[in-house]
Design a protein around this ligand. Structure first.
Ligand code: GLA
Length: 377
């Protein structure tokens, strides 16, 4: 990938670019908790967005999206906003840096990647993180701190891409380290690295290839439900709620908002239970919690789909230790914690049965927990 990007840069532009990359992410547990001030447990993975970038001394950005075979040129003022979805991420990151008093000049860039799009692996956060990391290095002497880099990516989603997301994906993409998951408290923003080497187990993603596009999905509506319940409780976020408090306002909120909040409150405790279990090496409990999360995401939070529930059922039938929808939902992948000796059988069964049912094969991705945003050259 790196050579393709460098060659295309040399064909299209002049001079020697710097090379940056940032990663997609998995999340072991803690879904839809980030915008509720709860806990998440993600890690960066070995699937990346990579970009060759060189300041060009003008006030224009000339960008090539290698994999899409598309190009865009745009300025840095609000009225110069590009229309192509992928270019809006780059433009948004540049604008958000400027809004915070940072510097951005024109640049030439070619980027590409191997993160499957719409699979729930946060290709968009990886794109934002790659560019925000690069522009901090190239124009700001790395003076913007890493949390602010993650927030710039998140604000790009809010203000330029129509997704009212939490901080998890950008955080994972910026802070990720090889072999380590991170438990982030999204209220205090304190976090801890957790070495993740589940001996005897593998993490595998099964991609339903049902396209997940948060912008047109009811993701923002889920967030609004949570905010309404928090308002009814008189608290800032559902992080500060428990089941007794929820029961007390049950009559004042809609039945739908009630079940949404019920999921979020349960999920907060599940992350902590998984952290405890991990430190004891108790993968059976980790797996059981993953199944509970799937049930909650499917029934209460209603972000699953038939294909993902089907994959979850297959995992359960094959004796897979843990399995659940990963990320925002509405399509994409399940994440599965599988005993080594079950791996081949599970993958074979999942692929065969899924194809028989839906007429196309799911994709299988083995997960290697890897580094996040970095400069390669
Ligand atoms: C998407 C969002 C995240 C998070 C997850 C659900 O990936 O970008 O902020 O809310 O969904 O956990």
């Amino acid at each position: 990938m790196k050579n393709l990007i460098i060659n295309r840069f040399a064909q299209t532009f002049t001079g020697e670019p710097c090379i940056y990359s940032s990663a997609g992410r998995v999340n072991l547990i803690g879904e839809h908790t980030d915008y509720n001030g709860g806990f998440v447990f993600p890690g960066a993975i070995d699937k990346v967005i990579m970009a060759a970038i060189r300041p060009n001394g003008t006030d224009r950005i000339n960008a090539v999206a290698l994999d899409l075979g598309e190009e865009a040129t745009f300025g840095l003022e609000e009225e110069d906003a590009p229309t192509a979805g992928w270019a809006r991420y780059i433009f948004g990151v540049a604008r958000e840096i400027q809004k915070r008093g940072g510097k951005v000049g024109g640049f030439d860039t070619v980027f590409g990647g191997n993160i499957p799009l719409g699979a729930g692996l946060s290709s968009s956060a990886a794109l934002e993180s790659c560019f925000v990391y690069a522009l901090n290095d190239l124009f700001n002497d790395n003076s913007i701190d890493k949390f602010e880099l993650a927030r710039i990516g998140q604000s790009t989603e809010h203000n330029y891409c129509g997704v009212n997301c939490g901080i998890m994906d950008q955080f994972a993409s910026i802070f990720g380290q090889e072999g380590k998951l991170m438990r982030l408290d999204c209220r205090s923003m304190e976090f801890e690295y957790y070495p993740f080497n589940p001996e005897g187990y593998r993490l595998v993603l099964v991609d339903s290839r049902v396209k997940h596009e948060l912008k047109d999905s009811p993701y923002n509506k889920r967030r609004e439900s949570c905010e309404r319940v928090a308002a009814a409780l008189g608290i800032k976020t559902l992080r500060d709620a428990d089941m007794a408090m929820l029961e007390a306002v049950k009559g004042d909120i809609s039945a739908e908002d009630y079940v949404r909040a019920r999921f979020v409150i349960g999920e907060k405790d599940r992350v902590l239970a998984v952290c405890d279990a991990l430190s004891r090496g108790d993968y059976e409990t980790v797996g059981a919690k993953m199944y509970e999360t799937h049930q909650g995401l499917s029934h209460d939070y209603d972000v699953s789909c038939e294909e993902l529930d089907f994959l979850n059922d297959i995992a359960r039938r094959c004796g897979v230790t843990g399995s659940r929808i990963m990320g925002g939902g509405f399509g994409g992948c399940t994440i599965n914690l599988v005993k080594n000796e079950l791996y081949d059988e599970f993958v074979k069964t999942a692929v065969t049965e899924f194809e028989k049912q839906y007429g196309h094969k799911p994709e299988i991705y083995d997960v290697v927990i890897s580094n996040g945003a970095q400069k390669l050259k």
